[in-house]
Design a protein around this ligand. Structure first.
Ligand SMILES: Cc1cc2nc3c(=O)[nH]c(=O)nc-3n(C[C@H](O)[C@H](O)[C@H](O)COP(=O)(O)O)c2cc1C
Length: 288
């Protein structure tokens, strides 16, 4: 298992890796030839990302919402439509109601801040209506996708920013398990949906999470044309990397291929999200 030898170095957040290579190692659990130059603080932060699901009682910095919004709004946005919004939830009772709707994601209720990221066509509908202009483009699936992509890019900017501060975060796609109930709790108008939540809080000191390895690059990167035959040995490699990560984290050992099968194998595993198309219609999206 020579490829795992340098992992302790990668686990140590204080160590300033030469050229950041140990972090790249941790991301793949094997040597990959990322050049030492150019390198940046931003890349170091990005490669060090890990989701945080346990939070300390330490308060978030005052006024962090302004910084969060500035980071989110700095993300690219399709045609500058800015078809997203976010609701900041700090009321404990409301956070817990959302945690129940996103069961089993109870940690969402424990975080000091819960951000609810919205694909928002309502603002665009309103401004065009006020100017007595048509808005037929909003009736199409394309514009809905624009809004979802915009929300995801804005949210990911925030994850990177929080990571750079040492503040933890966890996306919560389970907010789509009951989109209409979530919309009601948030008071959303028509043509707005919460695409995911995001718990934000300082990581609990007793639970150190590590960098979760990703698929080997060769499975994800295609040259010139798509290769529809992912290499079995590369997938087996990844199953081993993930198991080694799980063992270190005290998690159940489950191959990635098995996790995929469980996640996509049945309608039940979608946890109500198989009804999303109907929910979108009920929430006022035309999606032609
Ligand atoms: C859109 C989206 C939805 C997610 N939903 C959940 C969720 O409902 N619950 C959860 O615990 N983690 C959720 N995650 C976090 C992923 O499980 C996590 O990013 C993944 O396992 C990789 O781990 P890492 O972020 O630590 O590298 C979500 C991530 C994304 C991008």
């Amino acid at each position: 298992m020579e490829e795992f030898e340098s992992h302790d170095e990668a686990r140590c957040p204080e160590s300033r890796p030469v050229g950041g290579r140990p972090r790249a190692w941790a991301r793949y659990r094997k040597h990959i030839d990322i050049p030492a130059s150019p390198w940046s603080e931003a890349l170091d932060v990005i490669l060090s990302h890990r989701t945080v699901r346990r939070y300390s009682s330490r308060a978030l910095p005052a006024d962090i919402l302004k910084t969060i919004l500035a980071a989110a709004q700095s993300a690219p946005t399709s045609s500058n439509l800015q078809a997203w919004s976010v609701v900041a939830v700090t009321d404990p009772a409301r956070k817990h109601r959302f945690a129940e709707l996103a069961y089993p994601n109870t940690h969402v209720g424990e975080a000091p801040l819960l951000l609810m990221w919205l694909a928002d066509l309502a603002r665009l509908r309103t401004v065009t209506r006020r100017n007595a202009r048509p808005s037929a483009g909003l009736d199409y699936l394309e514009t809905f996708m624009v809004a979802v992509i915009d929300a995801a890019l804005a949210a990911q900017n925030v994850v990177v920013m929080l990571d750079s501060f040492g503040i933890g975060s966890c996306f919560c796609g389970s907010m789509r398990n009951h989109p209409e109930l979530v919309a009601k709790e948030l008071g959303l108008p028509e043509e707005v949906i919460c695409v995911f939540g995001m718990a934000v809080g300082h990581p609990a000191e007793e639970t150190l999470t590590d960098i979760k390895p990703r698929l080997p690059q060769e499975l994800v990167l295609h040259h010139e044309r798509y290769d529809a035959d992912p290499r079995e040995d590369a997938i087996a490699d990844y199953n081993r990397s993930l198991r080694s990560f799980q063992a270190e984290q005290g998690m159940n050992l489950v191959d990635w291929t098995e996790m995929v099968a469980r996640r996509i194998g049945t309608v039940e595993a979608l946890q109500q999200r198989h009804l999303l198309k109907q929910s979108l219609a009920k929430l006022g999206f035309k999606n032609r």
